[in-house]
Structure formats: structure tokens, C-alpha cells
Design a protein around this ligand. Structure first.
Ligand code: GDP
Ligand code: GDP
Length: 464
């Protein structure tokens, strides 16, 4: 999971404006219809070379019985809990108001990592407010203008150490440069004890996402079949998640039910937008994301966005083309679908594409098998010696370039994590290695170790 930053502060200080600026077009998940928005928005943010997840707490208009203050408090507390750090915004033009003090208190009590910023600080009108912000006792405030894009490099400066620290803490372990074979490897270098199949207490978590009317409910109901709801729909597996537990062809699975959620919300319009935010939560929940496409309108913008998000979040992805029963020329259609897939979702290279009919049940066995296989691949661990033998071959076949006359030596590779598979390569001058070479290695790993449909992470580390 990526580093998560929550933007908190009283209404009107510019939280949404900043959110939109940082998220850009990557997830324009703006939905201002009262009562429809879930109260916390999330998006993938980018600031210079920093990438992180951002949560916006601006959804205070939700109709509830509580007081504004109560709702602010609750939302903020939730956001703080979910986030690695908080960006606390005040309005530089109005200075520090009593409501700001309330937020400062919450943040202090929760012991949150806080970056304090005075927004609307463009021009002279903001100067006094910026100075006043010191009085909150949360350190030096950054002057920002979310609207005009000012202060963004100061924000990046404040964020970078927090992100670095969080990443270091999240790292499973630092690889030891040690070419001795670990004990659990056989001669081929494959790790023997690798995949623990899903159990009732640790079911395979899947999410079925896709545009409205793609057939998500139909598919989930078909899967549940006679076994219907071993534990019933329940909230709270992850925050707000609604999931159902079932055993699908012998595999214990927990299915995140976005369709059911929508029905629960009793929302008839704006289905399009809502399903995007549902999808976002679903992706966070899932180990394997099933992107359900409608055969009549496959690879819609929305499908592409959610598939891309799943990849970036490191989830295994299976594409399922639904309503296959309606298709006349199946051969021809399949060819077209494969072509579109390769062109529109190159980042998911090798992910399975399964044709199904949720209505008749055809293809569901194959879908099940593809999900289980994707899960296995996602969990895969490859032995260090096999990896290093492979690396030697890759280097011989296609040596790394020597930019600026410096030879880049790739010395050693090891897998540092699974779910999804992550590898570290020790190299001299890793910063000089072109992205194309990393892609060559990733594609090679994918093909030679048979890891279709899973994101593969490759980290370069410096070692001379
Ligand atoms: P939120 O309620 O905290 O999400 O605040 P909004 O993002 O909706 O912004 C509230 C108002 O402040 C809007 O009218 C914005 O256009 C305005 N605003 C946001 N950022 C800035 C800024 O940097 N400078 C100025 N002058 N106005 C801003
Ligand atoms: P959701 O919005 O993604 O949950 O979609 P639904 O499950 O509600 O399905 C939308 C419509 O498509 C319904 O009328 C379904 O009967 C229909 N549908 C779903 N799956 C199939 C299928 O495999 N074949 C056909 N012909 N229709 C389907």
C-alpha cells in the first residue's frame, strides 16, 4: 500500500481544491451530489516525483443527524486513523479560527504526523494568517495556494522525509547480499514452501468491479448459487466494505460486493460515478480484482481506469468478458478483444482474459481457475539462486548500456516480497539505468518464471 496523506481542516479552507490539484486527472472522482458521496474521497496523488494516496475529508454535506462539529470530528478521526500523515489546512486569509483549534486538538490527541499549511496564501492578504498559524503549535506552517499551485515544492519538501520513513518501515526486510542458498530451496532454486491455499479463516479475497450493468450482481449471485451466504452480508471487514463469504468450487472466497453496496445506498442516478468510488474501495480490499467487461462495450474509460488502479495498487487482475452468450461471431470478437487488451492495457500484459456468461453460468469454472492461478502467481516466491542464474543469462543476452561512459553492473537479484512479487537488484549506478532496461528485466521475469497477470515490482539498489 502506498503512503497515505489525509487532508484535514474545517470547511472552505480549500481541501477539495488541493485534492483535485494533486490527483489531477488520475482519478477525477468528484461527486458533489449530497448524500451520494461517501464522505471520504481517495485518489492517487502525484507531486513532482512523489506518489502517494490522498484522502479528502471535504464530504461534510452528507445528510446526517449529527452536528457539523460532530461530523467533522468523526471524519477527521477516521481519516487520521487511515493515513500515514495529515496535511492540516487553515485559511491564510481568515487566520486561525476557533474551528481550526478544534482540529489542531484532534491531531495532537491522535498523535498524527502533521504537516501544517496555510492555504490561500497567494499575495499579501495571506501573510498575517501564515504567521498566526505558528500559534497552533504544530510546527512551521507552509504557505500554499491550492488554486494557483504555489507552495507545492515546499509541500514536497515536507512530505518527502515522511514518505521515505514510511516506506522504510513498510519494507519486509532488507535483502542480505549473500549468495548462499537458503535452506528451503531445492536444487532448481525454487522455493518449496510457497503457496498456502485459501482457507475458511483466510479466504481468497476478490472484488468484482466494472461499469454499471456489466453483470456484477448476476455474476456474484451465480457464484453464490446454492451455497448462498455462508456468513451473510456483513459490514466492517474493511471500513464500509460489504462482503460475502462463500465456497466457490471448493475455494473459500470472500467477495467484495460493490453491486450490493450500491443497492444498499438506494441510489438510482449517478451510478456511473458511484461505481468508480466503490471500485476504488473494492480494489483496496481485494487480492485478486476481477474486472468485468460488457461484451458490447468492453474497455470503456471506466474499465481502463479501474484496471490501471488495480495494477498500481499491486493487485492481481483477471479480465472477464461477460454476456458472451449474446455474441454472434465469437472467434472474431475474441481476436478483437485481445488486440484491444494489448493496446489499451499494456501494463497488465499477460493477465488472463476469460469469456463468461454470468446469466447461463458458462465459463465460470474457467474464471474460477484463472482467479486461483492469479492468486498463486501473486503469492509466488522464487529462489535466489534461480534468479541469479537467470540474471546472468539476461545480462549476456542484452548487456546494460554504459551511459556517460559508466558501465552499470547488475550484481545480484533477490525477491524481497510477494503479494505482489517484488525484487531488488543490486547495481552500480542504478540511477543511470534506463527505464527500458528495467522493463526488459520485468518482462523477462514475467515470462521466464511464468508470472502472468500480476504486477511485478523491481527496485534498484546501489552497490559498487
Ligand atoms: P473545502 O471545503 O475545504 O474542500 O474547500 P474548497 O476546496 O471547496 O474551497 C473553498 C473555496 O476556497 C473555493 O471557493 C475555492 O475556489 C477557494 N480556494 C481554494 N484554494 C484557494 C487558494 O489557494 N486561493 C484562493 N484565493 N482561494 C482558494
Ligand atoms: P451490475 O450493474 O453490474 O450489477 O449488472 P447486473 O448484474 O444488474 O446486470 C445488468 C443486466 O445485464 C441485467 O439485465 C442482467 O440480466 C444482464 N446480464 C448480466 N449478465 C448477463 C449475461 O451473461 N448475459 C446476458 N445476456 N445478460 C446478462
Amino acid at each position: 500500500m502506498s503512503f497515505t496523506l489525509a487532508i484535514v481542516g474545517r470547511p472552505n479552507v480549500g481541501k477539495s481544491t488541493l485534492f483535485n490539484r494533486l490527483v489531477g486527472k488520475r482519478l477525477a472522482l468528484v461527486d458533489d451530489q449530497p448524500g451520494v458521496t461517501r464522505d471520504l474521497r481517495e485518489g492517487s496523488a502525484r507531486l513532482g516525483d512523489l506518489k502517494f494516496t490522498i484522502i479528502d475529508t471535504a464530504g461534510l454535506e452528507m445528510a446526517t443527524d449529527e452536528s457539523l462539529e460532530g461530523r467533522m470530528r468523526m471524519l477527521t478521526e477516521r481519516a487520521v486513523q487511515m493515513a500515514d500523515a495529515c496535511l492540516f489546512l487553515i485559511d491564510a486569509r481568515s487566520g486561525v479560527l476557533p474551528a481550526d483549534e478544534i482540529f489542531a486538538d484532534i491531531l495532537r490527541k491522535k498523535n498524527a504526523h502533521v504537516i501544517l499549511a496555510a492555504n490561500k496564501a497567494e499575495g499579501k492578504a495571506g501573510e498575517a494568517g501564515l504567521m498566526e498559524a505558528y500559534s497552533l503549535g504544530l510546527g512551521e506552517p507552509i504557505g500554499l495556494s491550492a488554486e494557483h499551485g504555489e507552495g507545492m515544492s515546499d509541500l514536497a519538501l515536507a512530505l518527502r522525509p515522511l514518505i521515505t520513513q514510511a516506506e522504510e518501515e513498510a519494507e519486509d526486510y532488507t535483502p542480505e547480499v549473500d549468495v548462499d542458498l537458503p535452506d528451503d530451496e531445492d536444487e532448481d532454486g525454487e522455493v518449496e514452501v510457497e503457496y498456502i491455499p485459501p482457507t475458511r479463516s483466510k479466504p481468497l479475497q476478490i472484488a468484482v468491479v466494472g461499469r454499471p450493468n456489466a453483470g456484477k450482481s448476476t455474476l456474484i449471485n451465480k457464484i453464490l448459487g446454492e451455497d448462498r451466504l455462508l456468513t451473510g452480508p456483513e459490514a466492517g471487514i474493511t471500513r464500509d466494505a460489504i462482503s460475502v463469504m462463500t465456497e466457490w468450487s471448493g475455494t473459500p472466497m470472500r467477495i467484495f460486493d460493490t453491486a450490493g453496496m450500491r443497492k444498499k445506498a438506494k441510489v438510482q442516478d449517478k451510478l456511473e460515478k458511484l461505481s468508480v468510488s466503490d471500485g476504488l474501495r473494492a480494489v483496496k480490499f481485494a487480492e485478486v480484482v476481477v474486472v468485468l467487461l460488457d461484451v458490447d462495450i468492453p474497455f470503456e474509460q471506466q474499465d481502463l481506469r479501474i484496471a490501471d488502479l488495480a495494477e498500481r495498487e499491486g493487485r492481481a487482475v483477471v479480465l472477464a468478458v461477460n454476456k458472451w452468450d449474446l455474441e454472434g461471431d465469437k472467434q472474431d470478437k475474441l481476436k478483437k478483444l485481445k488486440e484491444q487488451f494489448g493496446r489499451l492495457l499494456p501494463q497488465l500484459r499477460g493477465a488472463p482474459l476469460i469469456t463468461v456468461s454470468a446469466l447461463t453460468g458458462r465459463g465460470l469454472e474457467r474464471l474460477h481457475d484463472a482467479i486461483v492461478e492469479a492468486h498463486q502467481v501473486w503469492n509466488r516466491r522464487i529462489g535466489t539462486s534461480a534468479l541469479n542464474r537467470w540474471l546472468v543469462g539476461m545480462l549476456e543476452q542484452h548487456p546494460p548500456p554504459a551511459p556517460q561512459g559508466k558501465r552499470i553492473k547488475l550484481r545480484y537479484i533477490t525477491q524481497v516480497k510477494a503479494r505482489p512479487p517484488g525484487f531488488v537488484v543490486m547495481a552500480s549506478h542504478p540511477d543511470l539505468l534506463p527505464a527500458s532496461y528495467s522493463r526488459y528485466l520485468v518482462n523477462g521475469l514475467r515470462e521466464d518464471f511464468d508470472m502472468p497477470g500480476t504486477p511485478i515490482r523491481l527496485f534498484m539498489r546501489s552497490q559498487n
